[in-house]
Write a protein that binds this ligand. Structure first.
Ligand code: P53
Length: 498
């Protein structure tokens, strides 16, 4: 067998997508609480505060806040070794800038972690998963403000101290690199609480916010190791490999540059300094970034212990200048946009996440346009391990699909089993053939929850079904899909029976 004996088979969620109870127990509003429901191709609206009459799907979500005991019983039956969730920052610091935490919020996570631990399930905790206190957006401008470093460090210090004997595995910022897509409003807001004005240079603001987050993360790594030297503290990167579309040398270079624009965040997290290619980019763009010598020292002292990453799909890119005649299908990989590429071309190969990706005709896509590519997971594991030589943890992977409930209540989801099976096989191949050091695997949304990207319920990832629809109707009753029984066996055989 290839996997570790103590392999962390689990499931992953985020507080804002399942807890609900958005204003219970003293919780304050987070960025997720001012986002309305969207749909496939319809962006979620970011409203100015909570507006009566709007549909905010995260307010109730699947009410894990009220159902966690019965849910952990199901997780136990599934055989989970670990449960990845986040601590909702605003349960602990409702506004984000208080000095003293909210005891009721702290107690909720004590109860949840106790419930997990007594069932042999290890909590794996993300500190910031699209849950920034909304007050920090309106009063400070989100992470464009250096003060956010201290607020985040204070939050992390409080929860790491409180749960030092209950939680060993931590991650700082979920999918910190999503904001490489700075031309859209979604990722900068969910990652960093950024709202742009017309005068903003969006890209420069994004780099500044990301820098403050990287410094905050590094400080938390250092403090965390003091709180408990056994802590394993990782980063969390959204990994979508970017393939060159052809053997055209310009496609190869365009893909290399695009990979850097998406994954430099990992370079800083793991190596503790900015790479040369990025320094030269900042100079060429004339970005005036607030990066101090103290910041650089903090980065160097706070390198992560492991790399947590999500993997759903791969991307592809084609250089525009030299490929205009070769490009057959220029539709955007995940959004279905018509071709609006303007930037690509030698020698800069400046990459625009929002417009420069093309559809890969070698792979299928989900109903939401996410390209299904198990080999891409093996490639990603191999790339990370070769580049960083750090333990890896696949903390999200999964297939969003519409499920049908049969008359007898059963739910047959062979498409989900197929997706997960192929990806687990690719992951095992990476361990066998690439020699990567892999800590665990936690499929995303293994209990149905609110989609981050669209706010829908019907984009389901779960092995556990939750009776609730896009409009918020439903009993919230939980039931097992076919994939539940399948995954139970996978865990029980440590991945030998797929
Ligand atoms: P949803 C975009 C691309 C890759 C992962 O996403 C992403 C996103 C943001 O939509 O997010 C992660 O719900 C994220 C989870 C999210 C999950 O992937 O849009 O860490 O919070 O739910 C799936 O289908």
């Amino acid at each position: 067998m290839t996997l570790r004996k103590d392999f962390l088979w689990g499931g992953a969620v985020a507080a804002h997508q399942l807890e609900g109870g958005w204003n219970k127990g003293g919780k304050g509003p987070s960025v997720a609480d001012v986002m309305t429901a969207g749909a496939n191709g319809v962006e979620r609206k970011i409203t100015d505060g909570v507006i009566p009459g709007e549909n905010y799907p995260n307010h109730e979500a699947i009410d894990f806040y009220g159902h966690y005991k019965e849910d952990v019983a199901l997780f136990t039956e599934l055989g989970l070794k670990c449960f990845r969730t986040s601590i909702a920052w605003t349960r602990i610091f409702p506004n984000g800038d208080e000095t003293e935490p909210n005891e009721e919020g702290l107690q909720f996570y004590d109860d949840l972690f106790d419930e997990c631990l007594k069932n042999g399930i290890e909590p794996v905790i993300t500190l910031s998963h699209f849950e920034l206190p909304y007050h920090l957006v309106t009063e400070y401008g989100g992470f464009r403000n250096r003060k956010l470093i201290d607020f985040f460090v204070r939050f992390a210090e409080v929860v790491m101290t409180r749960y030092k004997d209950k939680v060993k595995y931590w991650m700082t910022f979920n999918e910190i690199n999503n904001q490489a897509n700075f031309n859209r409003d979604f990722a900068p807001f969910t990652n960093s609480g950024l709202k742009f004005t017309a005068e903003d240079n969006r890209e420069e603001v994004m780099y500044q916010a990301a820098h403050y987050e990287l410094v905050a993360s590094a400080k938390v790594v250092e403090i965390g190791h003091k709180i408990n030297p056994d802590f394993q503290i990782g980063c969390m990167i959204a990994m979508c490999p970017i393939y060159p579309a052809t053997m055209n040398p310009n496609d190869m270079m365009a893909a290399t540059v695009a990979m850097r624009r998406r994954y430099w965040f990992a370079d800083v997290h793991v190596r503790g300094h900015y790479p040369a290619y990025l320094k030269s980019y900042f100079a060429r763009k004339d970005f005036k970034l607030d990066i101090t010598a103290e910041d650089e020292a903090a980065l160097a002292k706070g390198c992560v212990d492991y790399i947590g990453f999500s993997y759903y799909m791969s991307f592809a890119i084609q250089d525009q200048a030299t490929n205009d005649r070769g490009a057959k299908d220029k539709s955007h990989a995940s959004s279905g946009n018509a071709d609006t590429r303007e930037h690509l071309g030698a020698p800069e190969f400046d990459y625009n996440e929002d417009t420069d990706l093309i559809k890969n005709n070698f792979v299928e896509a989900s109903e939401w346009g996410w390209q299904i590519d198990p080999m891409g997971l093996r490639w990603a594991l191999s790339w990370f391990y070769e580049r960083y030589e750090k333990p890896l943890f696949i903390v999200e992977n999964g297939f969003g699909a519409v499920d049908e409930v049969e008359a007898d209540g059963s739910i047959h989801d062979p498409y989900r089993i197929d997706y997960l099976k192929a990806h687990i096989k690719a992951m095992e191949d990476a361990v066998t053939y690439e020699g990567v050091d892999l800590m665990g695997y936690t499929p995303w949304g293994f209990i149905d929850l609110v989609s981050a990207g669209t706010g829908e319920m019907k984009k389901r990832y779960g092995m556990i079904y939750v009776d609730k629809d896009n409009e918020g109707n439903g009993t919230l009753a939980r039931s097992k899909k076919d994939s539940f029984n399948w995954y139970q066996k996978v865990i029980a055989t440590n991945g030998e029976e797929l």
